[in-house]
Write a protein that binds this ligand. Structure first.
Ligand code: 6GU
Length: 250
């Protein structure tokens, strides 16, 4: 996977991505990271990249030309026209299936905006995907780009080792991960659930699946609706909800 990031703050991207698991994957050559400073394509005396908006109103806008030239400097060495993700609160909200799908690309270009945004005309010409990371406002697209690259990276073969790996984690099948325990066997008077000490793998698997369902029903009922459960498990969910309702009215 080759990541290319068009940004006014390349050091922010470099510092984040060269750390921890993504940093290890870059060092191994499983990922490459190219940051392009949009300011390097502002061919005016003060390397200015922003200007006032036509029609008036608040704030400055990133101008089309430096963004376009930065994009072209990347597209000149990719195979065909690359996918270009513009990070914006106006985009589709990022999720695990988008991460899985984007991990199939050879090249991904991320365009990070600042100020009040970017001139619409260059967006029309280069952007293929408008993506948001949630309904809150950030100061720029760098953190969202890093969020996306982090989750896409862990879908790239070899990036995670055996211990780290797994689609068996949160969101696999739209269920949250079950609770986990390590040593000691008792801490602050709390014991590790008996079944986990039993060595009975079928029972452990059954307990974990149940816990995943309970946890998803409690914390993310919106996710549970999309989960693929057996008829028996859906009945279990109904039982749980009935039980919780009864406890409420006690
Ligand atoms: Cl992708 N960009 C900005 N600036 N703010 C956001 C966002 C993106 N997603 C949520 N808030």
């Amino acid at each position: 996977m080759n990541f290319h990031v068009l940004t006014l703050f390349p050091e922010m991207i470099e510092n984040g991505m060269n750390t921890s698991i993504t940093g290890r994957a870059i060092a191994k050559g499983l990922l490459t990271l190219e940051t392009v400073n949009i300011r390097d394509f502002a061919f005016n005396k003060h390397q200015k990249v922003d200007d006032y908006t036509y029609g008036g109103g608040a704030g400055m806008l990133m101008q089309a030309e430096p963004v376009y030239l930065a994009y072209e400097s990347v597209a000149a060495h990719t195979q065909g026209k690359p996918r270009v993700v513009y990070l914006t609160p106006q985009g589709e909200i990022f999720n695990q299936s988008m991460a899985r799908e984007m991990a199939q690309e050879k090249d991904l270009v991320f365009l990070c905006g600042h100020y009040e945004g970017i001139d619409e005309r260059v967006l029309e010409e280069i952007v293929t995907d408008y993506v948001s990371i949630g309904d809150y406002v950030l100061t720029g697209g760098e953190l969202p780009a890093m969020v996306m690259m982090d989750s896409i990276s862990r879908m790239v073969p070899g990036v995670l080792n055996n211990e780290e790996s797994g689609e068996t984690e949160s969101f696999a099948g739209n269920l949250l991960e079950y609770p986990q325990y390590s040593r000691p066997e008792e801490w602050h008077g709390k014991k590790v659930p008996e079944v986990l000490m039993s060595g009975h793998h079928a029972n452990i698997d059954k307990w974990r699946r149940e816990q995943s369902i309970i946890r998803t029903a409690q914390r993310r009922p919106d996710l549970l609706k999309k989960a693929d459960l057996s008829n028996k498990e859906w009945n279990f969910v109904r039982q749980l909800k009935k039980q919780w309702k009864e406890e409420e009215t006690k």
